[in-house]
Each structure stands twice: as structure tokens, then as C-alpha cells.
Design a binder for this molecule. Sequence first.
Ligand code: SAH
Length: 237
Amino acid sequence: MMKRTCFFLLLLLVPSLLSSQSAGENGEFRILRDRMLKEQIIARGIRDRRVIEAMEKVPRHLFVPGHYQGSAYSDGPLPIGEGQTISQPYIVAFMTEALDLKSEDRVLEIGTGSGYQAAVLAEIVKDVYSIEVIPTLARRARKMLARLGYENISIKIGDGYKGWPEAAPFDAVIVTCAPEDIPQPLVDQLKDGGRMVIPVGKAWAVQKLLRAVKSNGRLTTTEEMPVRFVPMIERTE
Ligand code: SAH
């Protein structure tokens, strides 16, 4: 009799043990995420509440390969496969803040990668359009973003240099791979008054992160900081 009671007790306990374990895991990631926000984002001067709240929400650990999940909230970029990387959290925050976003905005991203930056943008604005040149990455990002319930992100496989003319004009453009110069199609697809954030420079060298504002058809750029992004893969035609 005693044996049987223990068995039933165990049966009752197992599901609750399992669920508390996964809740514990999510809790751990939440603690790491809050620490990342405090130590890497807020302490370094990011003030835009919407950026901070978006990064509080998006589970960054789900955008990195399983064996890197434990490092997902550390202060640096991480490999995501195909020789590409997810940017350092602070860089994501800085670039997002620099776009000066409004909730009604439509934003174009070049370089979907893991889809993390797209998710952060989608928490803030109405529509996100993102272009990725490597099909496997684009498909993986699409899947994760769908799993997390994002319905305001469209991902296209293709050459981001050319932008997305069918969806233009955009209120903001963010480029997360580095071309040698600002691609003219991206300038053309930016609204007047629109903002662009883009790393510019040679492949595998230190590049300049530029913030640009378009007015009367022309860009006024300011140099923000030295950065290192993966190169914009050259267009083939
Ligand atoms: N924003 C991403 C990180 C991007 S890494 C994230 O949040 O994870 C840069 C990405 O740009 C890589 O995935 C790379 O494949 C892509 N890329 C490089 N050249 C490109 C091009 N010409 N058009 C579109 N994407 C490009």
C-alpha cells in the first residue's frame, strides 16, 4: 500500500517538477537579460524607454545556436552559422535608438541574420521589412519569428543592396552588414525626414557607424563610432 501511494505521489510530482524546471530556466534567462539591460545598455547611456522595453521582451537566447544560449546575454557578438554573427546587445540598442522610431513607422533592415534585430524593431514599430542574402538564415529567422508570434515582420531572400522597392518608402533603414559606401537604392527608398543607420567601410576592417537623415532628397551624415560588422556580400550581376 505504502509503495503504491509513493508511486502515485511520484506521478503527481513529475509534471510539476518538469514545469518548474523549465520555468526556472526561463527565469534564469530573464535574470541574465535584466542584468544585460542594466549593465550593458542603460549604464552605457541608452535612454529610449521603447528600446529598453523591447530588449526586455525579446528572448535573445532563442536567436542563437543552442550551444551558445548560455552566452546569449554576454557583452559581445556571437556566431549564428554560415560565418555570420548576431550583433552585440549594446550595438543593437544603440542602432535602434539612433533610428528615432515612432510606433507608426515602417522600417527596412538589411541583414536579417538571426532575426533578433528584426524582433526588437517589431516590438516598437508597425511594420518591419528585412532582407537576408543567405537562404538558410532567412528561413531559420522566419521560423523563429513565427514561433514567437511576430506578424509584422516580412523577410525576403535577396540582395539587400537593392533594397525593397515594392515596399518603399521607409521611415527608417537599418543596415547590419557593412558595404563600402551607402547604397543609393537605400537612400532612394528612404522617406524625406527618414533616418538611416549603417556601418560603412572595408570588409574585415574597422568601419564607421554612420547615422544619416534625409532631407530634400539628400543625406546628412554623422559619424557615431568605430564598429566591426560582417561585410555586405557583394551583389552578383
Ligand atoms: N541583424 C542580424 C545580424 C546580422 S549579421 C541579427 O540580428 O542577427 C549580417 C547579416 O547580413 C548576415 O546574416 C549576412 O548574411 C547578411 N548579408 C550580408 N550581405 C547581404 C546582402 N547583400 N543582402 C542582405 N543580407 C546580407
